[in-house]
Design a protein around this ligand. Structure first.
Ligand SMILES: [Zn+2]
Length: 196
Protein backbone atom coordinates (compact mmCIF):
# COMPACT_ATOMS: atom_id res chain seq x y z
CA UNK A 1 0.00 0.00 0.00
CA UNK A 2 1.10 3.53 -0.64
CA UNK A 3 1.45 5.32 2.70
CA UNK A 4 -1.03 8.13 3.31
CA UNK A 5 -0.62 11.42 5.04
CA UNK A 6 -3.25 12.29 7.61
CA UNK A 7 -6.19 14.39 6.51
CA UNK A 8 -7.70 16.21 9.46
CA UNK A 9 -10.85 17.41 7.70
CA UNK A 10 -12.55 14.01 8.03
CA UNK A 11 -14.39 13.30 11.28
CA UNK A 12 -13.61 10.26 13.38
CA UNK A 13 -14.94 7.06 11.93
CA UNK A 14 -17.66 6.49 14.56
CA UNK A 15 -19.25 9.78 13.47
CA UNK A 16 -19.28 8.84 9.81
CA UNK A 17 -21.15 6.26 7.72
CA UNK A 18 -18.74 4.10 5.75
CA UNK A 19 -19.77 2.86 2.33
CA UNK A 20 -18.41 1.72 -1.02
CA UNK A 21 -18.34 3.82 -4.13
CA UNK A 22 -16.35 4.35 -7.30
CA UNK A 23 -14.38 7.17 -8.81
CA UNK A 24 -12.51 7.65 -11.99
CA UNK A 25 -9.13 9.23 -12.45
CA UNK A 26 -8.81 12.16 -14.84
CA UNK A 27 -7.83 11.42 -18.42
CA UNK A 28 -5.93 14.63 -19.16
CA UNK A 29 -2.34 14.87 -17.99
CA UNK A 30 -3.10 17.54 -15.40
CA UNK A 31 -5.96 15.44 -13.95
CA UNK A 32 -4.25 12.07 -13.80
CA UNK A 33 -3.87 12.40 -10.02
CA UNK A 34 -7.39 13.63 -9.30
CA UNK A 35 -10.55 11.70 -8.43
CA UNK A 36 -13.80 12.42 -10.24
CA UNK A 37 -17.36 11.24 -9.80
CA UNK A 38 -17.73 8.69 -12.59
CA UNK A 39 -21.11 9.83 -13.87
CA UNK A 40 -21.18 13.59 -13.31
CA UNK A 41 -17.44 14.14 -13.77
CA UNK A 42 -17.36 16.35 -10.68
CA UNK A 43 -13.83 16.61 -9.26
CA UNK A 44 -13.28 15.52 -5.65
CA UNK A 45 -11.12 18.02 -3.77
CA UNK A 46 -8.00 16.81 -2.01
CA UNK A 47 -7.47 17.35 1.71
CA UNK A 48 -10.90 18.91 2.24
CA UNK A 49 -14.39 17.40 2.24
CA UNK A 50 -16.40 16.87 -0.89
CA UNK A 51 -19.64 18.81 -0.42
CA UNK A 52 -22.73 17.79 -2.34
CA UNK A 53 -24.36 20.29 -4.67
CA UNK A 54 -27.83 20.45 -6.17
CA UNK A 55 -29.29 22.61 -8.92
CA UNK A 56 -32.46 23.13 -6.91
CA UNK A 57 -32.49 26.26 -4.73
CA UNK A 58 -35.26 24.80 -2.56
CA UNK A 59 -33.21 22.41 -0.48
CA UNK A 60 -29.69 21.49 0.48
CA UNK A 61 -28.44 18.01 -0.48
CA UNK A 62 -29.37 15.31 0.16
CA UNK A 63 -32.95 16.22 -0.77
CA UNK A 64 -35.85 14.10 0.44
CA UNK A 65 -37.49 13.86 -3.00
CA UNK A 66 -34.41 14.62 -5.10
CA UNK A 67 -31.62 12.20 -5.96
CA UNK A 68 -28.87 14.66 -5.04
CA UNK A 69 -26.12 13.93 -2.55
CA UNK A 70 -22.93 11.92 -2.43
CA UNK A 71 -23.61 8.22 -2.86
CA UNK A 72 -22.21 5.08 -1.26
CA UNK A 73 -23.51 1.53 -0.98
CA UNK A 74 -23.09 -1.26 1.53
CA UNK A 75 -22.90 -4.10 -1.01
CA UNK A 76 -20.29 -3.73 -3.75
CA UNK A 77 -22.30 -5.94 -6.11
CA UNK A 78 -24.93 -3.18 -6.34
CA UNK A 79 -22.43 -0.59 -7.64
CA UNK A 80 -23.02 0.84 -11.09
CA UNK A 81 -20.13 1.00 -13.56
CA UNK A 82 -19.46 3.08 -16.58
CA UNK A 83 -17.57 1.55 -19.50
CA UNK A 84 -14.09 2.65 -18.52
CA UNK A 85 -10.96 0.92 -17.35
CA UNK A 86 -9.95 3.82 -15.13
CA UNK A 87 -12.34 3.29 -12.28
CA UNK A 88 -11.28 3.35 -8.69
CA UNK A 89 -13.13 1.39 -6.01
CA UNK A 90 -13.00 2.52 -2.43
CA UNK A 91 -14.54 3.13 0.94
CA UNK A 92 -15.85 6.61 1.58
CA UNK A 93 -16.79 8.32 4.84
CA UNK A 94 -20.16 10.11 4.72
CA UNK A 95 -21.28 12.65 7.26
CA UNK A 96 -23.33 15.77 7.79
CA UNK A 97 -26.85 15.04 6.52
CA UNK A 98 -27.09 11.38 5.57
CA UNK A 99 -30.18 9.76 4.02
CA UNK A 100 -30.44 5.98 4.00
CA UNK A 101 -31.88 4.27 0.93
CA UNK A 102 -32.44 0.77 -0.36
CA UNK A 103 -28.80 0.08 -1.23
CA UNK A 104 -26.90 2.62 0.78
CA UNK A 105 -26.73 6.28 1.56
CA UNK A 106 -26.73 9.82 0.15
CA UNK A 107 -24.86 12.43 2.14
CA UNK A 108 -24.02 16.10 2.22
CA UNK A 109 -20.32 15.55 2.95
CA UNK A 110 -17.86 12.83 2.00
CA UNK A 111 -14.21 11.96 1.84
CA UNK A 112 -12.46 8.81 0.62
CA UNK A 113 -11.12 6.53 3.35
CA UNK A 114 -9.09 4.15 1.22
CA UNK A 115 -8.93 3.36 -2.48
CA UNK A 116 -8.26 0.32 -4.63
CA UNK A 117 -7.02 0.82 -8.15
CA UNK A 118 -6.78 -1.72 -10.92
CA UNK A 119 -4.08 -2.43 -13.48
CA UNK A 120 -4.98 0.72 -15.44
CA UNK A 121 -3.55 3.03 -12.77
CA UNK A 122 0.23 3.32 -12.50
CA UNK A 123 2.29 3.13 -9.31
CA UNK A 124 3.23 6.77 -9.85
CA UNK A 125 -0.45 7.77 -10.02
CA UNK A 126 -1.20 5.76 -6.87
CA UNK A 127 1.63 7.42 -4.97
CA UNK A 128 0.56 10.94 -5.93
CA UNK A 129 -3.13 10.26 -5.27
CA UNK A 130 -2.23 8.82 -1.83
CA UNK A 131 -0.15 11.88 -0.99
CA UNK A 132 -2.62 14.44 -2.34
CA UNK A 133 -5.71 12.91 -0.73
CA UNK A 134 -3.96 11.57 2.36
CA UNK A 135 -5.51 8.12 1.97
CA UNK A 136 -4.16 4.63 1.46
CA UNK A 137 -4.25 3.48 -2.16
CA UNK A 138 -4.07 -0.25 -2.76
CA UNK A 139 -3.17 -1.84 -6.05
CA UNK A 140 -5.29 -4.73 -7.27
CA UNK A 141 -4.38 -7.12 -10.05
CA UNK A 142 -8.08 -7.25 -10.84
CA UNK A 143 -9.99 -4.42 -12.45
CA UNK A 144 -12.01 -2.75 -9.67
CA UNK A 145 -15.25 -3.87 -11.27
CA UNK A 146 -14.19 -7.53 -11.03
CA UNK A 147 -12.95 -7.04 -7.47
CA UNK A 148 -16.30 -5.49 -6.51
CA UNK A 149 -18.11 -8.48 -8.01
CA UNK A 150 -16.03 -10.89 -5.92
CA UNK A 151 -16.56 -9.11 -2.61
CA UNK A 152 -19.18 -11.03 -0.69
CA UNK A 153 -21.25 -8.96 1.70
CA UNK A 154 -19.58 -10.14 4.97
CA UNK A 155 -16.11 -9.38 3.60
CA UNK A 156 -17.27 -6.04 2.19
CA UNK A 157 -18.68 -5.16 5.62
CA UNK A 158 -15.42 -6.05 7.38
CA UNK A 159 -13.42 -4.06 4.84
CA UNK A 160 -15.67 -1.03 5.19
CA UNK A 161 -14.71 -0.80 8.85
CA UNK A 162 -11.08 -1.82 8.47
CA UNK A 163 -8.20 0.58 8.81
CA UNK A 164 -6.80 1.41 5.43
CA UNK A 165 -3.47 -0.11 6.40
CA UNK A 166 -5.06 -3.48 7.19
CA UNK A 167 -7.27 -3.60 4.11
CA UNK A 168 -4.45 -4.75 1.84
CA UNK A 169 -4.25 -8.30 3.16
CA UNK A 170 -8.01 -8.78 2.94
CA UNK A 171 -8.11 -7.36 -0.58
CA UNK A 172 -5.30 -9.66 -1.65
CA UNK A 173 -7.26 -12.59 -0.24
CA UNK A 174 -10.36 -11.56 -2.17
CA UNK A 175 -8.27 -11.28 -5.33
CA UNK A 176 -6.99 -14.83 -4.87
CA UNK A 177 -10.40 -16.20 -3.95
CA UNK A 178 -12.21 -18.30 -6.53
CA UNK A 179 -9.19 -18.37 -8.74
CA UNK A 180 -8.98 -22.09 -9.35
CA UNK A 181 -5.63 -23.52 -8.42
CA UNK A 182 -4.62 -25.59 -11.38
CA UNK A 183 -1.96 -28.24 -10.93
CA UNK A 184 1.18 -27.54 -12.89
CA UNK A 185 1.23 -29.62 -16.07
CA UNK A 186 3.41 -32.64 -15.76
CA UNK A 187 5.76 -32.65 -18.66
CA UNK A 188 6.78 -36.09 -19.72
CA UNK A 189 8.74 -36.93 -22.75
CA UNK A 190 7.63 -39.70 -25.05
CA UNK A 191 10.51 -41.83 -23.91
CA UNK A 192 9.75 -41.49 -20.19
CA UNK A 193 6.10 -42.25 -20.89
CA UNK A 194 7.15 -45.46 -22.60
CA UNK A 195 9.34 -46.54 -19.74
CA UNK A 196 7.13 -45.59 -16.82
ZN1 LIG B 1 -31.42 18.07 -4.79
Amino acid sequence: MTAPHRVTAVPDVPAAVLGWRTWRVGRRAQHRHALFSPLTGTPWPAARPMVAACASPRHTPPGDSCPCGLYAVADTTTLGWSPSDHEVLGVVALWGDVVEGQYGWRASHAYPRFLVTGPGISAEQRAVIARRYGVGVHASELPPRELARRLDRPTADVLRHTDAADAGDLLAEVTRRRDPVLPAPRRRSWRSWLTS
